[in-house]
Design a protein. Structure first.
Length: 417
């Protein structure tokens, strides 16, 4: 009996310690890496800037409300420079979990780095909100803790082909070019399949090496094929360089639609070479997402308005936000909503809340697949932008779909020559 009482007292003492630790919880630790150096640093910085704005916004309200604790907990970030390296990502995410005590994770920027981080998140059973990562292939590996913010790569460039068909039904010849990366290859492959289904002739389907700085021979090959349109690309640096050299060679194509680069405000720095280039974008300030739109769809509106986000971002950083920044903010917002709906910090209960999520934010609709591609984004749709000249300045306009357009498209691309 004495031994039994001793064990019981010990268990009660341990229980009181554990309970005390739960109630003593005074912050939510969110861990991630960002590419402060390496080839992904421009996009990664924008993503981080948006995420940081969310942190300050939610903390200004006292933090995230956790019903089980009956209080709000402020958000603390722990992050490291992944140097745009997959190997470093895995090392750092293990550290974030084991040493830094991260409660939840945000992905690094890019599909390649996120794929590496996802392995660690799943291994340790940590919820990771994946932003800046569009590859479908991350989400068919049986992971149950990784949830995608971006529209998947398989739907990234299909709208540009719908746009071309609407503008010019006679345009048939298509060149698809892409950087040798998981993300770009997935987008290009899906676009090729869609193009052929829609009756386009793919006259060139070719990749280029990461880090390419001279596209001269590549552009000569494209010119020889005489395509009506060029679509593809990769990330910011290569896309910016390609657009500049395409303009310098005066290649007469009717439509140019490139990944990532034209959606970044910095793209305007290449001057007239940016004019009439189009791009898919996860989000643009001029896209029409509102509380009224959510009400019409019968889904919940959550978070601040686009006007608030754009105003506060400009005030903080001195420039208009692009979709990388919006994706960063919304990654935090989605995690916040899931924690509030779960009412606790238990990973599996937060997973259940994410499974059920069906909301609209200033960034668009958010909901997740729970089948074969578990965690893949299923509700968010792309918009398509074009750089146009307004009052002597280069500006981005939403040109597709028509329901979201802020301006009519300028066609053809070579009109600027």
């Amino acid at each position: 009996m004495r031994r039994f009482l001793s064990v019981l007292v010990g268990l009660l003492f341990l229980g009181s310690i554990l309970a005390g630790n739960v109630w003593a919880k005074n912050k939510i630790v969110i861990g991630f890496t960002m590419s402060q150096t390496g080839k992904l640093n421009a996009e990664s910085k924008d993503q981080f800037d948006g995420l940081k704005l969310w942190q300050d916004w939610v903390n200004s309200k006292g933090g995230i409300y956790v019903k089980a604790l009956g209080k709000r907990l402020p958000v603390k970030f722990v992050y490291y420079d992944d140097e745009s390296s997959k190997d470093r990502v895995q090392q750092l995410y293990v550290r974030l979990i084991n040493k830094d005590g991260a409660d939840f994770l945000i992905s690094p920027y890019s599909s390649g780095l996120t794929a590496s981080a996802a392995i660690i998140a799943e291994q340790y059973g940590k919820v990771m909100v994946a932003t800046g990562a569009a590859s479908d292939s991350i989400f068919n590996k049986g992971y149950t803790h990784v949830f995608q913010i971006y529209t998947p790569a398989s739907r990234y460039l299909t709208g540009s082909l719908d746009l071309l068909k609407a503008l010019d039904p006679k345009a048939k010849r298509l060149a698809i070019i892409y950087e040798q990366s998981n993300f770009a290859k997935a987008v290009a492959t899906a676009a090729k399949k869609y193009a052929e289904k829609k009756g386009f002739e793919v006259v060139l389907f070719e990749s280029y090496a990461k880090g390419t700085t001279d596209f001269t021979s590549f552009l000569n090959k494209i010119a020889a094929k005489k395509p009506d349109a060029i679509i593809g690309g990769g990330h910011f640096t290569d896309g910016e360089t390609f657009a500049k050299q395409l303009y310098e060679q005066r290649i007469r194509v009717k439509l140019v639609s490139l990944l990532v680069a034209p959606a970044v405000p910095k793209f305007a720095e290449i001057g007239k070479a940016a004019l009439y280039v189009t791009a898919p974008s996860q989000w643009e300030p001029k896209a029409k997402y509102s509380k009224e739109a959510a009400q019409r769809l019968g889904i919940e509106w959550y978070g601040p308005t686009a006007d608030w986000f754009v105003r506060e971002y400009k005030k903080r950083y001195g420039e208009a936000p692009g979709y990388h920044a919006a994706g960063g903010f919304v990654a935090g917002l989605v995690l916040q909503k899931a924690i509030e709906d779960a009412g606790c910090l238990d990973s599996e209960k937060v997973v259940k809340a994410l499974e059920k999520m069906n909301i609209m934010t200033f960034y668009g609709a958010i909901a997740f697949d729970t089948g074969e591609y578990y965690g893949r984004q299923k509700a968010h749709e792309m918009v398509y932008l074009q750089w146009q000249m307004k009052n002597g300045k280069l500006v981005k306009e939403v040109i597709w779909p028509e329901s979201a357009a802020s301006a009519k498209p300028v066609y053809p691309y070579y009109k600027k020559y």
